[in-house]
Design a protein around this ligand. Structure first.
Ligand SMILES: [Zn+2]
Ligand SMILES: [Zn+2]
Length: 690
């Protein structure tokens, strides 16, 4: 036990998994010989000697050859040097590739970008990758590999079907073409993830070892020290972390060397180092927990509202419980107490094999201020020496989030990833990425935050679900953010299968505007008859009179321009414009709308999410149409009343009939307002108002 804690305290985060493979090799050697009794301290000693032993092993081979072929005697020192250089490159490559899932050429690009030296006399990175794979610190796979199907009755052999190892797609997504690379007529590639480069049957997928399951207590203590009053990890902390990880890196190499030594000398098969350390062998996080400031203390710095505080506290307790001992109820209870009264919703984690596994849902209404709530979660991971990822469907959100995250964590390295990103091969402690970029990771992050998981393209795309699942490290957690979670997720939450917290109120603590229903003909009819129905005319007049900006949502792109023409004729005093996904000036128009240079903007659902315009009202036409489901209606309604200056925007659902989606949206909005009221989150109403 003493030996374990000693070894634990000297290890950093990264080499943990690799050290685990050393321990596994030792236990294999022990059980094979029946009498040798190695301990972890022996392993550390062996690791220290490993660099010497690897060339010695090569030397032995070479000497054997030399005794047969004395004419090669001069080549011996050179051969040793080359072997050593290759071994060092392989270990450096394994370290760089940790947590990655890359096509062969991507792995080569990453290694080159990381400055890993290709050893002299080695023709290609492939030799380096192959040695690293042989050492058990990364995996090489066919990018499209046959997987065995479950055996069926009356079938002699189980059928093997191709599956994309990067995105998880099955046979339906496979296309076959003549291939210049392998020369075959029907070489399969995956169409589902083609946008991220072609995954071919004859090509390799390079899978790095997953990130360590958790940081060591020593590392956590070092990182926890310099948390300033601003609640950010200071530069000193980052420097300490860098030193720690540098030494950790050195040990990691040694650990792998030791593995190599054991492998070659005993001849036993070395299992892939990726298997997560079993519970008994992990250094317990509860040891570090005493050193981390209490949850309530850490939450103070971020200026959160009471509703944000409670939800963030629950999420924080959940991810830290996952990172520690999952069934250590003592520490769990302590965390729960500090987190607030309502944490009983965070039920135990169940291995359902879905996105819900190891996940926490932050169900926050539109305008709740979810970005502020993820700050303490990211801080927790940084304090524990881990890496955090924030994935969001849209590139502009990544770009918008970047300065805010950098400001909140000035000491941390932040990497932004999206199609065409310049930081493509960089590694940071915080990664901001579009959802598709997750495909390039496997087991990389202690915390994966999925923003707007119900939105396109994430919602309904199985490859992104697959990517989100595999991107988290074995002991990592996922936090799902949504104002409108899909129905199955809402059900899982209400049945207690999905730990979650609701934020039922906006950051300004006013209730959400409840939509009013207006009976109005279809847009098609208005355009055909060149008529604006009276209720709609009245609504626009009232909004314009109170000086509000007006979002006017339509279902179809072809309705935008005719409607703009119609409205301009009726409201000559208002500046009216329209936009859609096909509008090249879209971004510019949104800016002009925000600056009140445009007062009424006719738009499709492209502005359904993510756009915040102070003092605005929302009118949704054809609200009974098929394209608008309850989530879409709630999101559009969520554009109104977002600023503290004008928290009571107006929302109208216009259509010929009331649909289930409209009523469901109104019901959900009203329910959130009720919860907010009951919990005392709403500001006391000022006399004379409302
Ligand atoms: Zn694929
Ligand atoms: Zn091929």
């Amino acid at each position: 036990m003493a030996a374990q804690s000693k070894a634990g305290s000297t290890r950093g985060g990264a080499p943990d998994v690799l050290a685990h493979s050393v321990r596994q090799a030792i236990s294999e050697a022990n059980s094979a010989s029946g009498k040798v009794s190695l301990t972890e301290d022996d392993a550390a000693q062996q690791a220290a000697e490993a660099i010497r032993l690897w060339p010695a092993y090569q030397l032995q081979n070479t000497q054997h050859s030399v005794s047969k072929y004395p004419q090669y005697a001069q080549a011996i020192p050179q051969a040793i040097q080359q072997a050593q250089a290759l071994a060092e490159s392989a270990l450096a490559a394994a370290s760089v590739l940790q947590g990655r899932a890359l096509l062969q050429h991507e792995a080569h690009d990453l290694l080159a970008a990381a400055g890993t030296a290709l050893p002299a006399g080695t023709a290609s990175w492939n030799a380096v990758l192959q040695l690293a794979a042989l050492l058990g610190c990364l995996r090489l796979r066919s990018a499209i590999a046959a997987e065995e199907q479950p055996r069926r009755l009356f079938r002699a052999r189980p059928r093997r079907r191709p599956r994309c190892q990067r995105c998880g797609s099955g046979e339906a997504q496979m296309r076959r073409t003549a291939c210049a690379a392998c020369g075959r007529e029907r070489c399969a590639y995956c169409e589902a993830c083609l946008g991220m480069g072609r995954a071919r049957e004859c090509g390799l997928l390079v899978l790095g070892a997953p990130a360590a399951s958790q940081a060591s207590p020593a590392g956590a203590a070092a990182a926890a020290g310099p948390v300033g009053p601003a609640g950010t990890v200071g530069a000193a902390g980052a420097a300490a972390g860098a030193t720690a990880s540098a030494t950790a890196g050195a040990k990691e190499f040694a650990a792998v060397e030791s593995t190599a030594n054991l492998h070659t000398s005993s001849g036993s098969k070395m299992p892939f180092a990726a298997t997560s350390a079993s519970r008994a062998e992990r250094p317990s996080y509860s040891a570090a927990e005493g050193r981390l400031p209490p949850v309530s203390e850490r939450l103070k710095h971020w200026g959160l509202s009471p509703a944000q505080l409670e939800a963030a506290g629950q999420a924080l307790s959940y991810i830290e419980r996952l990172a520690g001992e999952p069934d250590n109820s003592a520490s769990g209870d302590a965390l729960r107490k500090t987190a607030g009264s309502n944490s009983s919703t965070a039920s135990e984690v169940r291995g359902t094999g879905t996105i819900e596994e190891r996940s926490f849902l932050l169900w926050a209404v539109t305008g709740a201020g979810k970005t502020e709530m993820i700050f303490p979660l990211i801080e927790s991971v940084l304090l524990r020496g881990g890496r955090a990822l924030v994935a969001t469907p849209r590139r502009d959100v990544v770009l918008e989030l970047n300065p805010r995250i950098r400001k909140a964590f000035p000491g941390a390295s932040v990497v932004t990833l999206y199609g065409g990103s310049e930081q493509r091969w960089e590694q940071g402690s915080i990664t901001l990425a579009t959802t598709h970029q997750l495909l390039r990771f496997a087991g990389a992050f202690e915390l994966v935050i999925l923003d707007e998981l119900d939105a396109f393209p994430y919602h309904g795309d199985p490859i992104l679900h697959y990517a989100a699942e595999k991107s988290a490290s074995p002991a990592g957690a996922r936090v799902l953010l949504s104002a409108t979670p899909p129905r199955d997720m809402r059900r899982a939450a209400s049945k207690g299968r999905l730990p979650h917290a609701r934020v039922p109120v906006r950051y300004h603590r006013h209730p959400l505007p409840v939509p009013a229903l207006l009976r109005v003909p279809a847009v098609e009819e208005m355009i055909r008859g060149n008529r604006l129905p009276v209720p709609l005319h009245k609504a626009i007049t009232a909004s314009a009179a109170r000086g509000a900006q007006i979002f006017l949502f339509v279902q179809k792109i072809r309705h935008v321009n005719p409607l703009v023409t119609l409205l301009r004729a009726r409201f000559p005093q208002l500046v009216i414009d329209g936009t859609s996904s096909q509008d090249a000036e879209r971004a510019d128009k949104v800016v002009r709308f925000r600056n009140r240079d445009i007062r009424l903007l006719v738009t499709t659902t492209i502005l359904e999410r993510g756009v915040t315009v102070p003092k605005s009202d929302v009118i949704i036409l054809d609200a009974d149409g098929k394209l608008f489901d309850d989530a879409s209606l709630i999101q559009m309604a969520g554009r109104a009343g977002r600023s503290a200056d004008d928290p009571r925007g107006l929302v109208f659902f216009c259509g010929r009939e009331r649909t289930g989606a409209q009523l469901s949206a109104i019901r959900q909005i009203t329910a959130m307002n009720k919860t907010a009221f009951k919990k005392g989150y709403l500001l006391k109403q000022q006399p004379g108002k409302g």
